[in-house]
Design a protein around this ligand. Sequence first.
Ligand SMILES: *Cc1c(COP(=O)(O)O)cnc(C)c1O
Length: 305
Amino acid sequence: MDQLPHLVTHLYSAIPSLRLPSPLIPFTPNWDGATRVEMLVKRDDAIHPIISGNKWRKLKYALRNLPLCTQSIVSFGGGHSNHLHALGFVCRQLSTPFHAIVRGNYLGNETPMLKDLALWGSHIHYVDKKTYQQRHSKDYLAQLARTYPKSVIIPEGGSQADALKGIGEMVEEVAVPFDRIMVPVASGATLAGIALALDSTKQALGIAVLKGEGYLESLVTQFIPSSLNHWQIDHRFHCGGYAKQSAALATFCDAFNQQMPFCIEPVYSGKVFFALKQLLAAKAFHEGERIVIVHTGGLQGARRA
Ligand SMILES: *Cc1c(COP(=O)(O)O)cnc(C)c1O
């Protein structure tokens, strides 16, 4: 008997309220240069209140393809990780034990994300920086596999080959013609999935959310053929590094959240819209271009309490 349909049904009945396809809405800020182009926001942040944005896209196939004998899921992230948050919630819904390997020790000082994980019954394991650095190492992963028998180990951020297919579906959902698609870049899997799904007449523009000129490009190319060249990464808007923010970015996000019909946060989407505003003012796009900006979600990471 084919086991897959059973699992698929199980996944969707465990998470019944997914909003797919995600909305595509016009974006018309009164910013300098904004009327030269046409902008649409792909609201992946609206897919689900908890399994936000690109994390649903990235996890979908990994979760659909879970072997029936899976006894637990293991993954990695920081104390604010959108990925651990999404996966922790899904595991609770699937009644599958979840081991979250968290960088740093937040004992007694738990972030809102970690409090949610605890509430959902996740097993939280704090590891030091040195141990966390081994998260891709074969030996370390083999050791985890022995510690958690019959577990499925998902890489940090859900960034693995089958994440690209889920991301590609986001591109396919955009039912109107467009010229360019913008997205934040951290592990590069989202940009890679977009580039792979995008026909080569269109351009994908990644906004680096961390310092990684050259490095981020290499992360993207590990997932896709080097012959694909209709993508690039702009490294000018990381504002000091991952989860770092400048006063200008903070002010921008606050004003945006008061004026616009949807919210952003400073780690990912804030940097993309901040970049967009400056690129528009600098007339960096062709006159009349249609640009799709992907809102990858992740608002939970900005919670203070
Ligand atoms: C994880 C995440 C990203 C980064 O995606 P990558 O595939 O790692 O580049 C972007 N936006 C949000 C909201 C995220 O949670």
